[in-house]
Design a protein around this ligand. Sequence first.
Ligand SMILES: Nc1nc2c(c(=O)[nH]1)N[C@H]1C(S)=C(S)[C@@H](COP(=O)(O)OP(=O)(O)OC[C@H]3O[C@@H](n4cnc5c(=O)[nH]c(N)nc54)[C@H](O)[C@@H]3O)O[C@H]1N2
Ligand SMILES: Nc1nc2c(c(=O)[nH]1)N[C@H]1C(S)=C(S)[C@@H](COP(=O)(O)OP(=O)(O)OC[C@H]3O[C@@H](n4cnc5c(=O)[nH]c(N)nc54)[C@H](O)[C@@H]3O)O[C@H]1N2
Ligand code: SF4
Ligand SMILES: [Mo]
Length: 713
Amino acid sequence: MSTAFLTCPLCEATCGLELTIRAEEIRVRGDREDVFSRGYVCPKGTSIGALHSDPDRLRRPLIKRDGVHVEVSWDEAFAEIEARLLPIVREQGADAVGVYFGNPTAHTLAGALYLRALLKAVGTKNVFSAGSVDQIPKVFSSAYLYGDPATIPVPDLDRTDHLLVLGGNPLVSNGSLMTAPDMRGRIAAIRERGTVVVVDPARTRTAEAATEHIAIRPGTDALLLLGMLHTIFAERLDDLRDAAPHVTGVDEVRRIAADYAPEIVAAHTGIDAETIKRLARELAAAERAAVYGRMGTTTQEFGTLTSWLVDVLNTVTGNLDRPGGIMFPLAAAGQPNSRPGRRKPFRHGRWTSRVTGLPEIMGEFPVATLADEIDTPGAGQVRALITMYGNPCVSAPNAGRVDAALAGLDFMVSLDVYLNETTRHADVVLPGPTPLERGHYDLLLYQYAVRNIARWSEPVFETPVPQEWVTMVRLTGVLLGLGPDADVAALDAAMAAQVAQLSGKSPAEGLTGPERLLDILLQAGPYGLTFAEVRAAEHGIDLGPLRPRLPGVLATASGKVDLAPAAITADLPRLAAMLAGPPAAGMVLIGRRHLRSNNSWMHNLAALNGGSNTCTVHIHPDDAHRLGLSTGDRAELTTRTGKVLAPVEVTDGIRPGVVSLPHGWGHDLPDTRTAIATARPGVNSNLLGDDERLDVPTGTAAVNGIPVRVAPA
Ligand SMILES: Nc1nc2c(c(=O)[nH]1)N[C@H]1C(S)=C(S)[C@@H](COP(=O)(O)OP(=O)(O)OC[C@H]3O[C@@H](n4cnc5c(=O)[nH]c(N)nc54)[C@H](O)[C@@H]3O)O[C@H]1N2
Ligand SMILES: Nc1nc2c(c(=O)[nH]1)N[C@H]1C(S)=C(S)[C@@H](COP(=O)(O)OP(=O)(O)OC[C@H]3O[C@@H](n4cnc5c(=O)[nH]c(N)nc54)[C@H](O)[C@@H]3O)O[C@H]1N2
Ligand code: SF4
Ligand SMILES: [Mo]
């Protein structure tokens, strides 16, 4: 029997796990000595052994021959990629190759450290990621407020007395853009000190644990927040406190809010004016308050405006960069805003997408336009695709169209561990190690942690497949024209030498790969740690509570927080037009998550796919009665792009006029290899997702608030 400690890479909470390994059996519990998670674990974390042992998991590369995926050697796989991908680049140019990377990229060191070099080697403008069905509006608004897309303040959960959550369900999701294990415990602690208010069309678990739940009409959060701002200015409750010298644009925000009196926005939001005023007064009165918005505020039609207004409210109530308010974490490694020296202010739209003219943001186009780029002939048409750690056939809007587009490609290669809805289209599939077979450090997520933390976790088992960074470097070599057997060690060493030179730090002898890069980044980081020190602390290193970082954290041209950037306020007329029209009638569709799901890819574990984790339509009793639907009936949901049939669950946990359907299901497609998921497939909610309903400034898909027709099947 042996014991091992591991950072769970399955969501943003970064819990420490303790593994007990006896022969073939792996038992998992929370690591009670973890400096951050202190023993907390969720059902996904405890399934990490089952994930490691899943018989459906790919352990050899696959090539599609005559429509059937067969196992091949790594050399054959890379020879095939070279033979089929390079001619496309040569004949049609680099833009003919698209790249899509998905969510787990952010949860692995390979993704965090080796993706950029690969994208550079491809040299294509057609880069897409799951970010554009997720957090990009928050990234964008932060980039213009603070100057850098990675500079996103997080609620200082452990010291706040008043938390206002909009469109987030951290008790189920375990938190996002807010790395904070044990949200249940943290929310309970806030309630002991003060108040938690949840604004959500659904009465989620988080809403149930809160002091108050406000059931807003989807897509109207920007109006609610403007109504609150209006009250704060009208009643002279605004006070920036210590942030005041570092902020410009307050007067413009005041002018903007003047048009949005609570009485004017009430009908659209479904929240009465007195409640809006009370929410504003309570926020302003709290000594330490934080407003936090997540998926429901970003993946909706006004994602950018809403994300921006969340921070505006925090700022004018004196809660920016203040203990108990929203604060900027100081990560130990790899955080752009802790690098010394002047950084260039953020810009977007340096180029636009070929078919829909959408602006690039951080070198990416919205995934909502991926199918356009594949389907539309002409110079620069995407004819080959590289996907890694992603399942756009399930996760992207108008998924049916994405699926058809991928089927029509000339060549596709996927780095993935399952043969699923997306990778079934790949000509070559390259698997990677399990979370138990690779070293891990949460380079990205610690940049959003509610406490400053560093924790390394050592691989528990040897891997039967190459480490993913090795596969990525080898693929990079192919694209650089070095052939299928490029010297991975030499390429890696060259990369490390470059990073070392830029930072003036030298890695310890004997390290290679991500460990070597991490060593350099840690040494160059604000705490001057070394990889050896972090590795030695198997329960992590606590670097303390968040500390004020203004103005040094800023990279805007003015050197101040730009509270009313034109790139954002330019979208206000669209909101005003919505407000000028009548409050929306008709039903709308939103999404939901379950504690035992992880987007589209963990339904193949029996312990997670079952019980209350069901793919059903939640509908309010009033709507169900009107439509003649009861629990267990099947409903037909129809939108502009598609139609699905799913069982109904009548519940007063959802607002009238709104139905919810979880995403990540629809596992009944042919040619996949996920037996357990396929046996209980659910339906793909993104067949209903509209690739034309976007948050306009960023092109992020509004997967929430989709007009839908509901009828008995
Ligand atoms: N309607 C609707 N759509 C949504 C959402 C929603 O709320 N509603 N949520 C959106 C959000 S927030 C996100 S982040 C996206 C997610 O969108 P995606 O990232 O496209 O989808 P995932 O389901 O996370 O797929 C992850 C893929 O990575 C693979 N994988 C897992 N571990 C590894 C590994 O170690 N190595 C490799 N190579 N592959 C691995 C899995 O097999 C799977 O194919 O979905 C978005 N889509
Ligand atoms: N168990 C589990 N955990 C996960 C994931 C998972 O799939 N399963 N996915 C991970 C990923 S990739 C992410 S990005 C995070 C997401 O983390 P969260 O954002 O915390 O999770 P969601 O459940 O998407 O919460 C969005 C909430 O917004 C509400 N909502 C929808 N439309 C609106 C609106 O217009 N206004 C308001 N105010 N609310 C609205 C929904 O009802 C829902 O409760 O979770 C992560 N953690
Ligand atoms: S909350 Fe997230 S990090 Fe923690 S055990 Fe669950 S999946 Fe893993
Ligand atoms: Mo996400």
